[in-house]
Design a protein around this ligand. Structure first.
Ligand SMILES: [Zn+2]
Ligand SMILES: [Zn+2]
Length: 324
């Protein structure tokens, strides 16, 4: 298995594309559809004697443009089969618009979180400049969690890990005697993947993500191969760490509501993260919303229109964050 690293200053940083060669030429993820990234990708493949037209199958971890952008180009070059989870398939195929292009969804989301006019305009112009990164339309072959694939004699198991996106899936396999998984952005070595803003379609995003983290802790893979940066040698430990970050953040959200009274998602985000720029204008309040929504579902806050009010004194967050 080879790793091709693609420069990407747009989202979380350098993207990994994994290349598996054998009877079939198989990729896990593809980069963002900019011209410089496409050139890097083609050069990266060429260093292993492969062209985009040689690719038989592409497994996508999720719909984000920095992971799925070049899938259409690859498919158009040589007819590759592109696999993606059914919950993300329509965004990848081009049948459904994401927040990046969907005006009505933008309006509804920004209103719901009370993003003020200034940051809203900055975010809209940022999104407008990034719509083309989705790349060419794709004929997607959808899968569900639990589906298995034979990849050059190795079994891939699709493990559905929603939260960061609705369809985010890992591909678990056994390689060199170790239990490994391609995890996309389900866990990352350095950053905590955004939940709430990265895919606004996800219902109760933090609850789903907590379940996904618990699933990764239970599976206790020997190594995770993430969508960004280097392999994670203790995926369960990293998942536990991220679970701890979210627990701490929820405590901070409770503290904000305790000190300031009822707040909307933007105000909570402002107290947590301060001034925001570019995509963070979406991710900040999205993250705040995910936590407020999680608290609301557990009866710790109540929502009135776009405001959230703390209704439990000294709430116990244990039940929101299980310790597996
Ligand atoms: Zn992502
Ligand atoms: Zn990513």
């Amino acid at each position: 298995m080879e790793r091709i690293r693609l420069g990407n200053t747009v989202f979380e940083g350098e993207n990994n594309v994994y290349l598996l060669q054998g009877e079939e030429t198989v990729l896990v993820d593809a980069g963002v559809a900019t011209e410089p990234t496409r050139e890097e990708f083609v050069d990266g493949l060429a260093s292993f004697g492969v062209t985009p037209a040689d690719v038989d199958r592409v497994f996508l971890t999720h719909w984000h443009y920095d992971h799925a952008g070049l899938a259409g180009m690859i498919q158009n070059a040589g007819g590759a089969t592109v696999h993606a989870h059914e919950a993300d398939a329509e965004l990848i195929s081009g049948a459904e618009a994401s927040l990046i292009e969907d005006r009505a969804l933008q309006q509804e989301t920004f209103e719901g979180w009370q993003i003020p006019d200034g940051p809203r305009e900055e975010l809209l112009s940022f999104l407008e400049g990034h719509a083309e990164l989705a790349g060419e339309d794709v004929d997607v072959t959808p899968f569900a969690g639990g589906d298995r694939f034979d990849v050059n004699g190795i079994e891939f198991e699709a493990v559905h890990l929603p939260g960061h996106s609705a369809g985010l899936s890992a591909f678990a396999f056994e390689g060199e005697g170790e239990r490994q998984a391609f995890v996309g952005d389900a866990i990352l070595p350095k950053y905590t993947p955004n939940v709430g803003g990265a895919d606004v379609r996800v219902e109760s995003p933090l609850a789903k993500y907590v379940d996904s983290l618990v699933e990764m802790i239970d599976r206790d893979w020997d190594r995770a191969l993430p969508g960004h940066r280097d392999p994670i040698e203790d995926p369960a430990g990293r998942a536990r760490e991220i679970l701890g970050h979210h627990r701490e953040r929820t405590e901070n959200v409770i503290d904000v509501l305790d000190r300031h009274g009822a707040c909307d998602a933007w105000t909570v985000s402002h107290h947590l993260f301060g001034e925001l720029e570019t995509i963070h204008i979406l991710h900040g309040p999205g993250e705040a919303f995910a936590h407020l929504d999680h608290l609301q579902r557990h009866g710790i806050v109540e929502r009135e229109a776009t405001d959230y009010r703390l209704v439990v004194e000294d709430p116990d967050v244990d039940e929101l964050f299980p310790e597996p």
